[in-house]
Design a protein around this ligand. Structure first.
Ligand SMILES: [Fe+2]
Length: 295
């Protein structure tokens, strides 16, 4: 990213963080969220998507070195369109081991725009086969708008967090989340749960209430409620407009989330802020200097 683009991103990010704070202070955040969701999920969305310019697939992917497990792109894209979910498999062991030298030491917290501070995450976010796959889904050049690490601790004894309830997210007119587990995730862990096919069945009532009770999700979708388990390195792609939640597990869990949209607009700058990014920089720097001291 050029200096100019970096500065522009920081200015817009900080301005959006200020607007979010202001809307909370004015007690308008709920109203704004619902209004945005009504705009996003309304029938006019199809018109907006049709108007977005399409682009040609990236050149030179054939034979390029990729971290992604072998896959059939058209099979992945059709599963994503039908179910909203595809589990690709596991990333190379060496790559994950190297990344975990840092992520295993991170304190419990959310870290934003981590492709700026991790070579491995930046490499994955630019992986030629991943970008080609995302292009096949969007028919447009994928735009990385968030790269976050979520480090959570044991939470089975804690009250419900909003992420523990079934909800949906959205970004741009069309988006996909690429998730990678960076710790082994079992039934004891805070595993991710996705409801296959639910992205196509969001109702107006769902849009207004945002959170849907578990009992209702099971009665509406039952067999499609899919817990995702796997070893560190498990990579899956999801349309987060479908219902999903985080199980309350008894172990530390680290999850990488790369969020791509089919286009960029003024709201496509993620949810970071200057204070959070400074804390991120300090923590990553401390871990890196500890590593060089032990060499
Ligand atoms: Fe979510």
């Amino acid at each position: 990213m050029s200096e100019f683009n970096h500065a522009k991103t920081m200015v817009i990010t900080e301005f959006l963080a200020y607007l979010r704070l202001l809307s909370r202070r004015l007690k308008m955040s709920q109203l704004i969220t619902i209004s945005r969701q009504l705009v996003h999920f309304g029938p006019w969305r199809n018109i907006a998507l049709r108007l977005l310019p399409r682009s040609l697939p990236p050149a030179g992917v054939q034979g390029a070195v990729s971290l992604l497990p072998k896959h059939n792109s058209s099979e992945v894209v059709s599963s994503l369109r039908q179910d909203g979910l595809f589990i690709l498999g596991e990333l190379p062991h060496n790559f994950i081991s190297k990344l975990r030298l840092t992520t295993d030491k991170l304190p419990l917290k959310e870290y934003k725009l981590v492709h700026q501070v991790s070579d491995e995450i930046r490499q994955l976010s630019r992986d030629p086969n991943l970008l080609s796959l995302l292009h096949d889904y969007f028919n447009r050049t994928p735009q990385l708008i968030e790269a976050s690490l979520f480090v959570t601790g044991p939470e089975s004894h804690l009250p419900d967090h909003s992420q523990n309830s079934f909800h949906f997210d959205y970004a741009g007119w069309e988006s996909l989340n690429v998730f990678v587990y960076l710790t082994d995730v079992t039934l004891e862990s805070s595993y991710h749960v996705y409801v296959k096919g639910s992205a196509k069945q969001i109702s107006w009532w769902d849009v207004l209430r945002q959170i849907v009770p578990k009992t209702e999700v099971y009665s509406r979708f039952n067999a499609d409620v899919t817990p995702i388990l796997g070893k560190a390195g498990t990579i899956f792609i999801e349309n987060a407009e479908g219902f999903h939640r985080r199980n309350k597990g008894a172990e530390r869990r680290v999850l990488l989330n790369l969020l791509y949209t089919s286009h960029r607009n003024v709201l496509s700058y993620g949810r970071s802020n200057r204070k959070g990014l400074r804390a991120r920089d300090r923590i990553f720097k401390e871990i890196t200097s500890q590593q060089s001291n032990t060499l």
